[in-house]
Design a binder for this molecule. Structure first.
Ligand code: GLP
Length: 638
């Protein structure tokens, strides 16, 4: 990089930010720093003091530290740890307490001395909380202060549980959790109503006292808030932005989490770029957006005034650029997601042949399918393609007890009417298990089974509205999900085998999948990894060479317009069908963070996203549709 570029970048990025191709690379870097610290302190005969975080984000780092302990002899005997925070009201044995999380994810697997691990006391009585927080601070001081602090970031911009409003001088204290934070934790607690309202957290000031800070972040859901923390002004609205005040703070993030930083989002604004076709398209869609002009009306001045003069010089004139990108964008549109038979397909996103196609839609959890590509599934089926819709996990963890209870009552009543004693007996037994669960208790296998069946029923009735008969559906109930809970899933070879079997049975011409760019421990991301492994295992299969993979998104956000390779328009009627399909998932109305995390009125989020894509196409000067579902082609070798 030239000097000028560095200064342009550092003017924007006020925190040193390292972007990695994947979470692994970032975790190796931070694990190296921790290893070096421990070895150095041990050589000096002093303890190393680590500040630790919870959540999905640091799990891979902890797995790497455990690996080093087991395989490379890294000892933690000389390490003292302080965790950032704890839910208030939870004892250390509660499955969702941060103490328990740390035991499960790190402490129990390395040679840390139990007395050297500190987590704020979630059970301190109200009148003793202040004193308890003060003694936490003094314990940190007595240990010599924190050498390395690990952080994740919440979608409110919080670090620890320092929610918006937390000042840079705040210290360890009792706080009230933001409603977005509680919604994000709803899955862990098997329902938002179970999420505690308060927590004890180290303050921003406590964090800033650490000698070195590493903030980790994965997945596009964190991209917006990371960009604000790195490029915005330090402000209590985004407490992580106060890390700008720390001289030894590094953000170690993956590309998805960095995608809102100017250097990735609008690189032409921070220095010269290589004008590949994809970059040109991205820049022009952006240019049309900020000038509020359709593509064909962009002028030479628009390019030169907005940091794209070199592109103009390279390509000669706005006229040609405009037409090229207009055509590229227009050619993404098709009403035939399975390809249009007997049509000239030279400018269509999908091949005309073979027709009909065997299309395999992979839905990590029930609802992902209809929510993200309900209109496309309807079209595929309606146009005569051979559609298989595979629900990869049962989704049973996201069913509230109230729904399970309603079904049990129905089964009992029906069983009594039909004099089916066995059925009644079983239902009563499950009812009893439900009664015995208590607050925050885990579901028994029987309860999980029942909840899975409830979701199957919803999926069937939703699919029927999309004109797919029940025999077109497959329920894989992948074992990693059945055996785990959120943030603790660990896919195994048996999950990959189940996927391989499905692929070899369907022999798809098209696969519709999701999960790329999600938090790596989320269900969609794990399912995508399983698919990737399965595809590797299928190498050489005759169907594979003919198989195209289309990626869908649509939970957190849609693909950005410049990323789309296929845009499937929906008519007003089709959109209504899709919404009806989503409504069939009654248990998910208030439960599923994948739906509810986005907005208060999240039940309608899918149509909002699809309408927004259509509006952008319209604004670019392309036809005006009611809604559009978008896809990006995935090339496994890329
Ligand atoms: C919680 C924790 C934070 C963590 C955040 C993000 O609120 N208190 O320390 O950074 O969640 O969690 P995740 O890593 O699961 O996205």
């Amino acid at each position: 990089m030239k000097k000028t570029e560095i200064s342009e970048l550092s003017q924007r990025e006020k925190i040193q930010t390292q972007i990695y191709a994947s979470a692994e690379g970032a975790c190796t870097f931070v694990a190296d720093a921790i290893t070096a610290l421990i070895r150095q302190r041990t050589a000096e005969g002093k303890p190393a003091v680590l500040g630790l975080a919870t959540g999905s984000t640091p799990v891979r780092l902890y797995r790497e530290l455990i690996r080093r302990h087991r395989e490379e002899g890294l000892s933690f005997a000389n390490v003292i740890t302080f965790n950032l925070d704890e839910y208030y009201g939870l004892s250390g044995s509660h499955p969702e307490s941060y103490r328990r999380f740390m035991q499960d994810q790190l402490f129990d697997h390395v040679d840390l001395k139990p007395e050297n691990t500190h987590v704020p006391d979630g059970l301190a009585p109200r009148d003793k909380v202040f004193a308890s927080c003060q003694s936490y601070e003094s314990a940190i001081r007595q240990a010599g202060g924190i050498d390395i602090q690990i952080l994740g970031i919440g979608r409110t911009g919080h670090i620890g549980f320092n929610e918006p409003g937390s000042g840079p001088d705040s210290r360890t204290r009792l706080v009230t959790l933001d409603s977005l934070t509680r919604r994000d934790a709803a899955r862990d607690f098997l329902g938002e109503e179970n999420v505690p309202r308060h927590a004890i957290t180290m303050g921003v000031g406590t964090i800033l006292d650490a000698r070195q800070v590493f903030l980790l972040g994965w997945g596009e859901a964190k991209a917006g808030v990371i960009a604000q923390a790195v490029e915005g002004e330090p402000s209590a609205a985004i407490p992580a932005s106060f890390l700008q005040l720390h001289r030894e703070c590094v953000f170690c993030i993956d590309e998805a989490a960095g995608c809102h930083l100017t250097r990735l989002r609008h690189p032409w604004l921070v220095g010269p770029v290589e004008w590949t076709p994809a970059m040109i398209r991205k820049a022009m869609v952006w240019l049309a957006g900020i000038t509020q002009k359709p593509l064909l009306k962009l002028t030479d001045e628009d390019y030169t005034e907005n940091g794209m003069a070199d592109l103009l010089t390279e390509k000669g004139s706005a006229y040609k650029l405009n037409i090229d990108i207009f055509n590229t964008t227009q050619h993404t549109i098709t009403g035939w997601p399975g390809g249009k038979p007997k049509a000239d397909d030279s400018h269509r996103p999908e091949r005309a042949n073979p027709f009909p196609k065997r299309a395999l839609v992979l839905s990590p959890e029930p609802t992902d399918d209809v929510f993200c590509l309900g209109g496309t599934i309807h079209r595929l089926a309606n146009q005569g393609n051979d559609v298989t819709l595979a629900y990869l996990t049962s989704g049973n963890l996201a069913v509230p007890d109230t729904d399970a209870r309603r079904s049990i009552e129905l089964i009992i009543e029906l069983g009594e009417t039909m004099r089916n004693a066995d059925e009644v007996k079983h239902a009563r037994a499950v009812e009893k298990q439900l009664d015995g669960k208590g607050a925050f208790g885990e579901d028994t296998p029987d309860i999980r089974h029942l909840k899975g069946l409830i979701r199957r029923g919803e999926a069937r009735s939703s699919a029927r509205l999309l004109e797919l008969e029940p025999d077109r559906l497959r329920f894989l109930d992948l074992p990693f999900y059945e055996k785990g809970r959120y943030r603790r899933f660990q896919p195994q070879a048996e999950d990959v085998s189940a996927m391989v079997e499905l692929l070899n049975e369907v022999r798809p011409h098209q696969i519709f999948a999701t999960g790329l760019g999600h938090d790596p421990l989320s269900v969609p991301a794990l399912c995508f990894e399983i698919l990737r492994e399965a595809l590797k295992a299928c190498a050489g299969a005759d169907w594979l060479g003919e198989c195209w993979i289309w990626l869908y998104r649509g939970h957190g956000a849609e693909w950005e317009i410049h990323e789309l390779d296929m845009a499937v328009p929906l008519s007003p009627d089709e959109l209504t069908f899709k919404i009806q399909g989503i409504y069939q998932h009654q248990t998910q109305r208030s439960q599923s963070p994948s739906i509810s995390r986005q907005s208060e009125n999240s039940w309608n989020l899918a149509s909002e996203l699809n309408r927004a894509t259509a509006k952008t196409y319209d604004a670019l000067g392309l036809p005006e549709y009611e809604a559009i579902e978008g896809f990006k082609r995935y090339l496994p070798q890329s």
